[in-house]
Design a protein around this ligand. Structure first.
Ligand code: NDP
Length: 451
């Protein structure tokens, strides 16, 4: 990747590495953004002299805490919890909570950094944050999950608030967990405020929040295809993951006339050559999300499909690909395979699912490639709308929210086009998203002086 020599990119990255030892995911996320921002600094000296990128790449604060809970056998269990508040230049910190054994400070710092740019791109007043724990919800009873959520919130409540920091769900945290955490917040503070999003409809949640990330990633994909006078009708799609984002992305692809061939989980992937119908997607939602089953059981319910253990689905030829599981699940080699098989567009439903080699491969081959910070911003955008509804004590209708989501995704696409269009007409969405998000946050930071 060519970077400007006007300012010292290598020196900057050496510093990021030195200050964040053993935090590879965070360093990777900063590098991906810095590769685009450094050339941009050439013609924007003030951002450089005011050290804006250096400041965004240093979280405002990282809170780390102990979470004790008692399992069903009376054993005392100890987990670690975090909240990373990356930047609140344009609004209260906002970003999900992840419960997964792979959660580390590095993972949450990368997610909070990415979230800062993503939230800026939505056009809504939200800063960037992220939190979570290395707690593994798999195999836990509902009571154990409730006790863990309550214990987690017993510390977290000190650091959040409707105008301070508004967490939401992420991997391992859905409506049920948000309910337990909201209940505990309310109990401790005696306040009913919009302190969390992704809430149930009965107590301040927003319609279409569960669907928003997956639907938004597909709207973004449709916007990209439209620049080539194409749409999703008849296109084959390979999707990874089988959680909230993956199933809703699959649903929207089917609604728009595409054919979804795969879904996956950490055990492997299923390939259904007939395509997933709405009925099959509903089965996955019930089975995988609500009953916490495994995707491999799909082949028993739908015998035309095959299950491949321990592999990702990127070898299945397709027109469009949507990585919707987790970070670094699509590597350089996978990107090359997808390109060789003729993929036309890639939309990241997950956060940083493509590693740096993969990103370079897609951009190098001039594939339409939407980074997560643009493509999956629909979820946080509807969360932002949930915050507005809570503040105003109102709720918008589903059609209104669907239209707002579509408009926001079109706006993000426009922003990427503005800052990412190359001389040969190719839209570099990574560059567009990085510069578009950076500029908004940077301008606010300039207004505040050195703080
Ligand atoms: P869910 O917990 O609902 O689903 C996660 C899915 O990813 C599951 O199918 C899970 O499989 C799979 N998965 C997790 N870890 C791995 C792994 N190491 N290898 C392969 N598969 C894995 O999470 P979401 O759908 O909410 O989130 C998915 C991604 O989207 C994450 O990157 C998240 O940060 C991002 N995102 C989510 C938003 C939201 O609104 N929910 C908003 C924006 C981004 P298994 O059951 O085996 O663990």
């Amino acid at each position: 990747m060519a970077v400007s020599d006007h300012v010292d990119f290598n020196g900057f990255m050496e510093g990021v590495n030195r200050r964040n030892p053993h935090q590879p995911e965070f360093v990777q996320a900063v590098q991906e953004v810095a590769e685009d921002i450094f050339p941009f600094l050439d013609s924007n000296e003030e951002y450089h002299s005011q050290q804006i990128l250096r400041r965004i790449a240093e979280p405002d604060r990282v809170v780390s805490f102990r979470v004790c809970w008692e399992d069903d056998n009376g054993n005392i269990r100890v987990q670690r919890g975090w909240r990373v508040q990356n930047n609140n230049a344009i609004g209260p910190y906002k970003g999900g909570i992840r419960f997964h054994p792979s959660v580390t400070e590095s993972v949450l710092k990368f997610l909070a950094f990415e979230q800062t740019f993503k939230n800026a791109l939505t056009g809504l007043p939200m800063g960037g944050g992220k939190g979570g724990s290395n707690f593994n919800p798999k195999g836990k009873s509902v009571r154990e999950i409730m006790r863990f959520c309550q214990s987690f919130m017993t510390e977290l409540y000190r650091h959040i608030g409707a105008d301070v920091d508004v967490p939401a769900g992420d991997i391992g945290v859905g409506g049920r967990e948000i309910g337990y955490m909201f209940g505990q917040y309310k109990r401790i503070t005696n306040q009913f405020t919009g302190v969390l999003t992704g809430k149930g409809l009965e107590y301040g949640g927003s319609l279409i929040r569960p669907e928003a990330t997956g639907y938004g990633a597909v709207y973004f994909l449709a916007n990209m295809l439209a620049t080539k006078d194409q749409d999703l009708v008849g296109k084959t799609a390979v999707i990874s993951g089988s959680g909230n984002v993956a199933t809703h992305a699959a649903e929207k692809i089917v609604q728009l006339g595409g054919k979804v061939l795969t879904l996956s989980d950490s055990g492997g992937f299923i390939h259904d050559p007939d395509g997933l119908s709405q009925e099959k997607i509903d089965w996955v939602k019930t089975h995988k999300t609500h009953r916490r089953g495994r995707i491999e059981e799909y082949v028993e319910a739908f015998p035309g499909a095959t299950f491949t253990a321990g592999k990702t689905p990127w070898g299945v030829p397709c027109d469009v690909a949507l990585p919707c599981a987790t970070q670094n699940e699509l590597l350089g080699e996978d990107a090359k395979t997808l390109i060789a098989n003729g993929v036309q567009a890639v939309s990241e439903g997950a956060n940083m699912p493509t590693d740096l080699d993969g990103v370079h491969a897609f951009r190098g081959a001039k594939i339409l490639f939407a980074p997560g910070k643009a493509a999956n911003a629909g979820g946080v955008a509807v969360s932002g709308l949930e915050m507005s509804q809570n503040s105003e004590r109102r709720s918008w209708k589903e059609e209104e929210l669907q239209q707002m989501l579509k408009d926001i995704m079109a706006g993000i696409h426009k922003s990427c086009e503005t800052y990412g269009r190359q001389g040969d007409g190719y839209i570099d969405y990574v560059k567009g998203a990085n510069i578009g998000g950076f500029k908004k946050v940077a301008d606010a930071m300039l207004a505040f002086g050195v703080v």
